[in-house]
Design a protein around this ligand. Structure first.
Ligand code: GLV
Ligand code: MN
Ligand code: MN
Length: 416
C-alpha cells in the first residue's frame, strides 16, 4: 500500500465496535461485570452463535473445523492464501471481557469497514475464532490452534477431560460445533491477532499500543504428592507424612526458581487439590500444577531441572512419594519481520505512541506462527490486570488498536 492510499486513513466505526462489545459481553457476564465463559459451555455456544450470525450478516462464508474453530472468509480478488485475523471467545472463570473476544470483535469490525468502503484485496481475509484458547476447562491452552498447526494430535485433543471427566469432543458435539472441515495445517498469507497486553508495561510507559515481537516459551507440569492420610490429633508430628507440608515446600521452591535462573522468568503454582481437604485429617494426597515461562528455551529447561530437584528434596524430607509429569510445552517464537513491520507502520501512520514488546501470555498466534508469517497488536491493560473481573482497556486505546489491525491487514492482503 502506498503512502497516498494510507493518507486516506480508513477508520473503523467505533460506535459499532462498542455496541458489539457490549452485546457479546452480556453472554456469561458475572455480577461484577467480568466474564465466565468456559470453553464449550452453553455460554460459549451462545457467543459463537451470535458471532456466526454477525459473520453471515457481513457476507462471510462461514465454516467450522473438527476442533470447532470457526472461520469466516471474505473472498479476495485472486485465489491466494488468506490473511487470517482473530482470537478466542472462551474465558477463564471470573475473567474479563477483553481477553480474546476483543481481538475477534476488532477483526469483525475491520471486515465490516472493508465492506462499507467496498475495499477489494488480492488475498482473502478470514476471521478465525479458536476453540479453548484458555486451557481453563480443557488442558492444554491453545489446544485447537495446536491441532491446526499439527503440534497436538486430534485424538489427544478430543480425549482432553474437564474436572468432571467430560471429554472435549463430547462437548463440541453437544453444542453443535463439531465441524466437518479438517483441522490441519493450511497455507496462510499471514495471521494477525489483536489482544490486550495483560501486563503493566504499555500503561507504565504511556504507550497506546504495543508492537508484539514474539511470545515466551511456556511449560506446564503436573505434580501429585502421595503422603499418608491420618488423624490430625493422635498422630505425633514425628511420624507424619503430610502431602500438603511437602507441597508447601515445593510451592516456595517454585517461587524461588526465577531468582536462580533469570530475572525475566515467571513461575506459578495456580492449581492445588488437597485430599481429603478437611480440618482434622493429615492430607494424604495433593495435586498441583506448575507454570514456567521465559523468553529462552534453555532457561525453561534449567527451571525444570530445579523443579525436579525441589520435588525430590521435599519428598525425602517429608517421606512422601511423588509423580511429576511434564504435560505441555511450547517454545518461544519470534514473529515474522514482515508482519511486525506492517504493525509498526500502521502505528506510525496513525501517530500512535507504541513500543515493541514480548508477550508473556500464550496466544493462538504462537502456534499460527509455525504455519506462516504472524504478528500481534497489544492494547494496554489498566493496572496491568487480566484473568480477573477488573480487566479493562479504554475505548480510545481499543480504537487505535483496531485501526492498526485494519491498516496492517490491508497491507498484507494487498488492496487492489
Ligand atoms: C493463556 O491465557 C495463557 O497465557 O496461559
Ligand atoms: Mn487470550
Ligand atoms: Mn487468557
Amino acid at each position: 500500500m502506498g503512502g497516498a492510499e494510507r493518507g486516506t486513513l480508513m477508520r473503523i466505526d467505533r460506535q459499532r465496535l462498542e455496541e458489539a462489545f457490549e452485546a457479546l459481553g452480556k453472554i456469561g457476564e458475572t455480577p461484577k461485570s467480568g466474564l465466565t465463559r468456559l470453553a464449550l459451555t452453553d455460554e460459549d455456544k451462545r457467543a459463537r452463535d451470535q458471532l456466526v450470525a454477525w459473520m453471515r450478516g457481513a457476507g462471510l462464508r462461514v465454516s467450522v473445523d473438527r476442533m470447532g474453530n470457526i472461520f469466516g472468509e471474505r473472498a479476495g480478488s485472486e485465489s491466494l492464501p488468506p490473511v487470517m485475523m482473530g482470537s478466542h471467545v472462551d474465558s477463564v472463570p471470573t475473567g474479563g471481557k477483553y481477553d480474546g473476544q476483543l481481538g475477534v470483535l476488532c477483526a469483525l469490525q475491520v471486515i465490516r469497514t472493508f465492506n462499507d468502503r467496498g475495499v477489494r484485496t488480492r488475498h482473502p481475509i478470514t476471521l478465525v475464532i479458536f476453540t479453548n484458547e484458555e486451557g481453563a476447562r480443557f488442558q492444554p491452552a491453545m489446544i485447537a490452534s495446536g491441532v491446526m498447526a499439527g503440534k497436538i494430535a486430534l485424538g489427544d485433543a478430543y480425549n482432553a477431560r474437564d474436572r468432571h471427566g467430560i471429554r472435549l469432543v463430547e462437548e463440541l458435539e453437544r453444542i453443535g460445533y463439531l465441524g466437518p472441515e479438517p483441522c490441519a495445517p493450511r497455507p496462510i498469507r499471514a495471521y494477525l491477532e489483536l489482544h490486550i497486553e495483560q501486563g503493566p508495561i504499555l500503561e507504565e510507559e504511556g504507550c497506546t499500543v504495543g508492537v508484539v515481537e514474539g511470545i515466551v516459551g511456556i511449560s506446564w507440569s503436573r505434580l501429585t504428592l502421595h503422603g499418608v492420610q491420618d488423624h490430625a490429633g493422635p498422630t505425633p508430628m514425628r511420624i507424619r507424612h503430610d502431602a500438603l507440608a511437602a507441597a508447601a515446600d515445593v510451592i516456595r521452591a517454585v517461587r524461588a526458581i526465577p531468582g536462580q535462573v533469570c530475572p525475566e522468568m515467571v513461575t506459578t503454582v495456580g492449581r492445588l487439590e488437597v485430599s481429603p481437604n478437611i480440618t482434622n485429617a493429615i492430607p494424604g494426597r495433593v495435586f498441583m500444577t506448575i507454570d514456567i515461562r521465559d523468553p529462552k528455551d534453555k532457561h525453561v529447561t534449567g527451571a525444570l531441572g530445579l523443579l525436579a530437584r525441589a520435588v525430590k528434596d521435599a519428598a525425602s524430607r517429608e517421606g512422601v512419594l511423588t509423580e511429576l509429569e511434564r504435560s505441555w510445552q511450547v517454545s518461544p517464537i519470534s514473529f515474522h519481520p514482515e508482519v511486525v513491520g506492517a504493525v509498526e507502520r500502521a502505528a506510525e501512520a496513525l501517530g500512535c505512541r507504541s513500543r515493541r514488546i514480548l508477550s508473556f501470555a500464550g496466544h493462538d498466534a504462537q502456534y499460527m506462527a509455525t504455519l506462516g508469517p504472524s504478528g500481534m497488536i497489544f492494547v494496554p491493560s489498566r493496572h496491568g490486570r487480566s484473568h480477573c473481573e477488573e480487566e479493562f482497556t479504554s475505548m480510545d486505546d481499543i480504537e487505535h488498536g483496531a485501526n492498526m489491525l485494519l491498516l496492517a491487514a490491508l497491507e498484507l492482503a494487498r488492496q487492489v
